[in-house]
Ligand binder design. Structure first.
Ligand SMILES: [Zn+2]
Ligand SMILES: [Zn+2]
Ligand SMILES: [Zn+2]
Length: 155
């Protein structure tokens, strides 16, 4: 059995700024006020946000600079792009920061929310997926799974 680690380990809220600054420094970038606003907005949201949502929760951040800063944060491995069912990209902090989790995605409106699965169930999932992978001669490192359906608002 591969020893995949699904402890819901994440960076403590107080240490996020330090973690982000370190990751940015590794690619020769600074933790500017614009980047700080984006990270704080994503931290508070606890679900992936679209650029319009990020702009709603920040003050004085232009759309063009939100795009640029998100790209830098993505390159630093701090922010990841979440694929849903509509054309809007959504962004969230990496699993390094947020801990391992899954997404519930609405196939009608593209709404997406974080879902955390109990550790025991994560271990069962890992074992089942590792078995499938090894039958295909594939060495599993970790998994990504989305729950796709219809959200409350669209029902
Ligand atoms: Zn929906
Ligand atoms: Zn998420
Ligand atoms: Zn999982």
């Amino acid at each position: 059995m591969p020893s995949t680690k699904h402890t819901h380990k994440h960076v403590e809220a107080a240490d996020i700024a330090h973690h982000v600054a370190t990751k940015l420094d590794e690619i020769g970038q600074r933790y500017t006020s614009g980047r700080r606003m984006i990270v704080e907005s994503l931290t508070a949201a606890k679900r992936p946000l679209s650029i319009p949502e990020i702009l709603e929760t920040t003050t004085g951040l232009a759309q063009s600079s939100a795009y640029r800063n998100l790209t830098v944060l993505e390159n630093a491995g701090v922010v990841v792009r979440v694929i849903t069912t509509d054309e809007w990209a959504r962004f969230e902090l990496s699993e390094d920061i947020m801990g391992h989790h899954h997404h519930m995605v609405c196939s009608k409106c593209g709404w997406v929310d974080d879902v955390r699965i109990p550790d025991a169930m994560e271990h069962e999932l890992d074992a089942a997926l590792a078995k499938v992978a090894s039958k295909a001669g594939f060495v599993m490192a970790h998994h990504r799974l989305d729950v796709v359906g219809i959200c409350k608002a669209c029902k």
